[in-house]
Design a protein around this ligand. Structure first.
Ligand code: URA
Length: 254
C-alpha cells in the first residue's frame, strides 16, 4: 500500500506531517504531473515539490545496531526512550523491527530490519543461530552449572526447560552463555536458576558475526552482504562444543 502524500513528504525531509500538509495545500506539490492539494491522496506516481522531483528513497532496510543501555525494544511511547530513536530518520517510517529483543538493561548486537524472513531465520530456535552473551553476575553458581545448562536447564515459570546450551565460566563473577533460542529474560533467568544474579549483560555475537569493534554504543550502520552471510554461519570456535553437546543429547534420547 502506498503512503499518503503528507507522510511521503514528511519521510523524505519536507518537515513534519503538518508542515508537509501546509506545503501540499499551498499548491506547490505535484503528483503524477498535476498539482495535488489533498494531503490524504496516496502516492501513485512521481512527486514534485516546487518543480523538483522528490527522490523515492529506500523501501526496506536492515541495520546492525549497537544497543546502548537504557533503550527499550518497543514502539510504545510510554516506554521511551526507545530503540527506534537510533534509526536514521529517513528510515523510521519503514516499520523496522528488531530480530529478537534485548532488555532495556542489556547492551550489544542487534539486527533490526524490514525483512520478516530474516527475523524468522534469526529467531527461530530450529535454525540454530547461536547468540553469545557476556555476563557479569554476583552470587555463587551451582557446582554443576555447566552440565545443567548443557542438559537443558529447567526454568521457574516455564513448563519447558531451556534448550541445551553452552556455558563458560572463565573466572569468578564472569560467564559466557551461548544460546540457540531467545526466551523472555532468558539469560537473567538462567543465571538466577543457577544461583547468581546478572549485573551486566552484553550480546557480542550472532552466528559468527561479532559486534564490530569500531561501532560504539548507540551507533547504527547498514548490514553488509558479508555480515549477512556471517550471521547464519556457525562460529568455528564453538563447533566442537556444540558437536559434543548434540552428541550427548542424541545418546540421551536414543
Ligand atoms: N536474555 C536476557 O535475559 N536479556 C536479554 O536482553 C537477552 C537475553
Amino acid at each position: 500500500m502506498s503512503e499518503r502524500l503528507d507522510a511521503y513528504l514528511a519521510h523524505r525531509g519536507y518537515g513534519t506531517r503538518s508542515e508537509s500538509r501546509n506545503l501540499i495545500r499551498s499548491g506547490r506539490v505535484r503528483l503524477g504531473g498535476r498539482v495535488c492539494r489533498d494531503p490524504g491522496r496516496h502516492v501513485d506516481g512521481p512527486v514534485q515539490v516546487n518543480g523538483q522531483v522528490v527522490e523515492d528513497g529506500p523501501d526496506s532496510a536492515t541495520l546492525l545496531v549497537h544497543k546502548p543501555l537504557g533503550l527499550a525494544c518497543s514502539h510504545d511511547p510510554a516506554e521511551a526512550p526507545l530503540l527506534e530513536e537510533l534509526y536514521p530518520e529517513n528510515l523510521r517510517h519503514l516499520g523496522i523491527e528488531p530480530a529478537g529483543r534485548l532488555d532495556r538493561a542489556t547492551t550489544g548486537l542487534l539486527i533490526c530490519t524490514t525483512d520478516g524472513a530474516l527475523i524468522h531465520r534469526l529467531t527461530n530456535p530450529r535454525r540454530h543461530i547461536v547468540k553469545r552473551y557476556r555476563i557479569r553476575y554476583i552470587g555463587t553458581l551451582s557446582a554443576r552449572a555447566i552440565e545443567r545448562v548443557a542438559k537443558g536447564l529447567a526454568l521457574v515459570d516455564d513448563d519447558r526447560p531451556a534448550l541445551p546450551a553452552v556455558l563458560e565460566l572463565p573466572s569468578a563473577g564472569l560467564a559466557t552463555l551461548h544460546l540457540r533460542e531467545g526466551r523472555h529474560h532468558q539469560v537473567r533467568r538462567m543465571i538466577q536458576e543457577l544461583g547468581g544474579e546478572v549485573v551486566e549483560l552484553h550480546r557480542d555475537r550472532i552466528g559468527s558475526l561479532n559486534l564490530p569493534a569500531d561501532l560504539p554504543a548507540g551507533a547504527v550502520r547498514d548490514l553488509t552482504d558479508a555480515d549477512r552471510k556471517q550471521l547464519v554461519e556457525e562460529p568455528a570456535d564453538m563447533a566442537e562444543a556444540w558437536a559434543a553437546l548434540d552428541h550427548d543429547r542424541g545418546q540421551l534420547t536414543e
